[in-house]
Write a protein that binds this ligand. Structure first.
Ligand code: SF4
Ligand code: SF4
Length: 213
């Protein structure tokens, strides 16, 4: 038969034990949580990279990406060339009240126009406000963390390698042109004169230590 009051004593013992333990409660929002760098908070749009290919909207399982665009004719860049047409983005919106943060849109975008941002403080009292239009999606871009540094042993990214080779080629061409120009100038100065000296001036005389006796 249990001793009267033993249940109360046990309960108080549990309370005392818990009171002396360190609390795990985070004092949000006074203290911001330390989120992992790959947290999925909100999606940012870098619209300069978007070609309106519609892949993200087609692959989104929730159909919560809304894109509108129109076609524009780009005049030929050279005389006699062909005109081209390109898509111009009119609207890009994501409804975060439907989004399930699967990341498929970011994965399928072939032009690196969508990115995860760890920002999560965008709760609204009106559900319609959770549809973020392109301006808002662009603002989120500035909260996207920088990509992690490359492994020192990793292969150089293709884009960087191509840009580096283009710069090296341009520098080599400029150096070759400068060398050819210098050689042409040296040839123009004629025989008996050294490159870099004015052909109309006399060469400097050397003074003897004892004087000219
Ligand atoms: S994260 Fe998933 S659900 Fe959300 S917009 Fe992208 S594809 Fe759609
Ligand atoms: S997949 Fe990328 S490039 Fe294509 S419409 Fe979506 S954001 Fe734009």
């Amino acid at each position: 038969m249990p001793i009267p009051g033993s249940g109360l004593a046990k309960g108080l013992a549990v309370t005392l034990r818990t009171m002396t333990k360190r609390s795990h409660t985070a004092q949000y929002p006074e203290v911001q949580p330390e989120l992992p760098p790959r947290s999925r908070g909100v999606i940012g749009l870098f619209e300069e990279n978007c070609t309106v290919c519609m892949l993200c909207a087609r692959e989104c399982p929730d159909w919560c990406i809304y894109i509108d665009s129109h076609k524009e004719t780009v005049p030929a860049s050279t005389p006699g060339g062909r005109e081209r047409s390109r898509n111009v983005l009119d609207r890009f919106a994501i409804d975060f009240s439907l989004c399930m943060y699967c990341g498929i849109c970011i994965e399928v975008c072939p032009f690196d126009a969508l990115f995860w941002s760890p920002e999560f403080e965008y709760a609204e009292t009106d559900i319609h406000e959770l549809t973020h239009e392109r301006d808002k999606l662009r603002e989120w871009m500035w909260t996207v963390p920088a990509p992690p540094a490359l492994d020192p042993a990793a292969e150089e990214p293709k884009e960087i390698a191509a840009a580096r080779k283009a710069v090296e080629k341009a520098e080599a061409a400029a150096a070759a042109a400068a060398a050819a120009e210098a050689a042409a100038r040296a040839a123009d100065t004629g025989p008996g004169t050294e490159a870099g000296t004015d052909p109309g001036t006399e060469p400097p005389t050397t003074a003897t230590p004892e004087g000219d006796a």
